[in-house]
Write a protein that binds this ligand. Structure first.
Ligand SMILES: C[S@@+](CC[C@H](N)C(=O)[O-])C[C@H]1O[C@@H](n2cnc3c(N)ncnc32)[C@H](O)[C@@H]1O
Length: 241
């Protein structure tokens, strides 16, 4: 795997998930994050205001951790979820989880590129994207597409790893991230995929840098909440009313 090439052009990163990661994605995520990622998904779900009949769109949905976390937290059968991913294999893991699940009837799965979707404009109350915007080929196009499909006043939530500010935490985090994560992930899955993971996190704007990026894309009232000593960040922005 040519990691530098993938970092320069992310159009094909979905293939890593499709071909190398899908079956073990949840397991590896739980192991390398010490199950913190599940807590971050729950934090995102809790941040979404409760309102009946919401239309929610989860982009780069992968194995469905975000829609499932929102459902676990809100338990609202009036919600309609649309979940988009380019990887058939990741979608099929999500589909397996939905089989026999009460959420199944509320979810529409779409195998589409999050940066050019077929869905109508001004359709969704809430868009979520966890560990997704960092992986799309054209970030600006992806953000413009989110603005297009949100209703005026609607909110987008992004969840991403971040790098802690304090120099001590930063060195611990980077050491773990650069050396331990690929080694441990390699026991279950492909170490290279997780080398791409740490390099993509380190090279993508996070914290204030990402806030600036979403403001420039046209979102307003953008805010960020640091998670787990700054190792993660939950961002929210709104489409102007
Ligand atoms: C790290 S996973 C995140 C999955 C899920 N959101 C989560 O939090 O566990 C990234 C996902 O982005 C998907 N992806 C990458 N590029 C995409 C694109 N342009 N459009 C839609 N999905 C994409 C991959 O297939 C993969 O499932």
């Amino acid at each position: 795997m040519d990691i530098q090439k993938l970092l320069n052009d992310k159009s094909d990163t979905w293939l890593i998930f499709d071909q190398k990661v899908s079956k073990k994605y949840d397991l590896v995520s739980d192991v390398i994050s010490l199950r913190l990622y599940r807590r971050w998904c729950a934090a995102l779900a809790e941040a979404i205001p409760r309102a009946p009949n919401q239309k929610l769109l989860d982009l780069a949905c992968g194995t469905g951790l975000i829609p499932l976390a929102i459902h676990a937290s809100h338990q609202d059968s009036s919600y309609e979820y649309t979940a988009v991913d380019l990887s058939e294999e990741m979608l099929s893991v999500f589909e397996d989880k939905l089989s026999g699940h009460e959420l199944k009837a509320q979810v529409e799965l779409l195998k589409e590129d999050a940066t050019k979707m077929s869905v109508d404009s001004d359709r969704f109350d809430t868009v979520t994207m966890a560990c997704g915007i960092r992986n799309v080929g054209d970030t600006s196009r992806g953000l413009a597409e989110i603005l297009r499909v949100l209703k005026p006043g609607g909110a987008v939530y992004f969840l991403e790893p971040a790098i802690p500010k304090s120099s001590v935490l930063r060195s611990i985090f980077l050491g773990y991230f650069r050396h331990v994560v690929p080694a441990v992930a390699g026991l279950f899955s492909t170490a290279d995929a997780y080398r791409y993971f740490n390099q993509s996190v380190e090279s993508f704007p996070h914290s204030e840098g990402f806030i600036e990026m979403i403001e420039q894309a046209g979102f307003v009232r953008c805010e960020m909440k640091r998670l787990t000593l700054g190792a993660g960040a939950l961002y929210v922005g709104y489409k102007p009313s």
